[in-house]
Write a protein that binds this ligand. Structure first.
Ligand SMILES: *[C@@H]1O[C@H](CO)[C@@H](O)[C@H](O)[C@H]1NC(C)=O
Length: 278
């Protein structure tokens, strides 16, 4: 089935596939496996998709219709941004969503405090200046620069919009967990987070130790777990990084080009479409 999904996505030049999480919330709030087959399909889609992928943990987002004033669909969406390619993709998609008049967007950016220990800075190699150590640091610095540029552009471009932007300083995984638990989640219908693949961050350190579903990443897994008593849905985003064959839809690293690519959803050009299956 994942081959059908991926081939269809490729044929139609889809930019983003949304797949349902294999667990669903029961009436008493537990997350229960609804369709075990979805799990391996989802893992295979994540591994083989020719575009970005979102796993939707639906806790009533699609079932209910929230009508605001003027009888328009109304949703409160929050992005939890820690940094990295997947988080930039998550923000890009949420930004695109926020252009709908019924969507209110809050962006919460988590920033490392002075006491955060950057794992990429810890010299583990016997030779501190070996090429391996150097590469890790460079990649991480490059990612941080991309994050800064992205956030800067995003804020500049949305300065007149009603998007709420907040920053939260945390030093470690425990701080992050406490900060997330302190969010009044009755305010939001949907959290959008990155899967955080390849990210080594002090802000999420240790959070994956008890991870039930690594396909959701550290933050997604936390938000989707049974003990996180909640009614909000979660969309976990993985950015397409390309397979080196150039046969997928390469997403530009320039945040604005990228955003515009998503903004073509409603244009006649078939460049970017979303594909849903259920
Ligand atoms: C925001 O509003 C100000 C004043 O109307 C305008 O000068 C500026 O260009 C706007 N910025 C953006 C990014 O739309």
């Amino acid at each position: 089935m994942h081959e059908d999904i991926c081939n269809l996505a490729k044929d139609k030049h889809v930019a983003f596939i949304i797949i349902p999480f294999h667990k669903q919330q029961t009436v008493d709030g537990e997350m229960q496996v609804a369709n075990a087959a979805f799990r391996s399909i989802n893992q295979n889609v994540l591994a083989n998709a020719p575009c970005s992928v979102g796993i939707l943990v639906d806790r009533g987002l699609t079932g209910s219709t929230h009508l605001g004033a003027s009888n328009q669909v109304s949703h409160q969406v929050a992005v939890l941004f820690f940094g990295g390619a997947d988080d930039r993709e998550a923000l890009s998609y949420a930004w695109r969503m926020s252009e709908h008049p019924g969507i209110s967007l809050t962006v919460m950016r988590f920033i490392a405090g002075n006491n955060a220990i950057d794992p990429t800075r810890v010299e583990t190699s016997a030779e501190p200046n070996s090429p391996t150590t150097l590469t890790v640091v460079t990649d991480s610095d490059r990612d941080k620069q991309l994050d800064e540029n992205y956030i800067k552009e995003f804020r500049a471009r949305t300065v007149n919009d009603s998007i709420i932007y907040k920053e939260k300083v945390v030093n470690n995984g425990e701080d992050t967990m406490a900060a997330i638990r302190s969010i009044d989640n009755t305010l939001y219908d949907l959290f959008i987070v990155g899967r955080g693949q390849g990210m080594v961050s002090p802000l999420t350190a240790g959070l994956t130790d008890w991870s039930e579903c690594p396909e959701l990443g550290a933050i997604g897994d936390l938000l989707a777990s049974s003990d996180f008593a909640a009614t909000m849905s979660v969309l976990v985003v993985q950015q397409y990084l390309g397979n080196g064959h150039g046969d997928g839809l390469e997403m530009p690293n320039n945040p604005i080009q990228h955003h515009e690519q998503y903004s073509n959803f409603s244009s006649p050009r078939p460049r970017a479409q979303a594909l849903f299956y259920e």
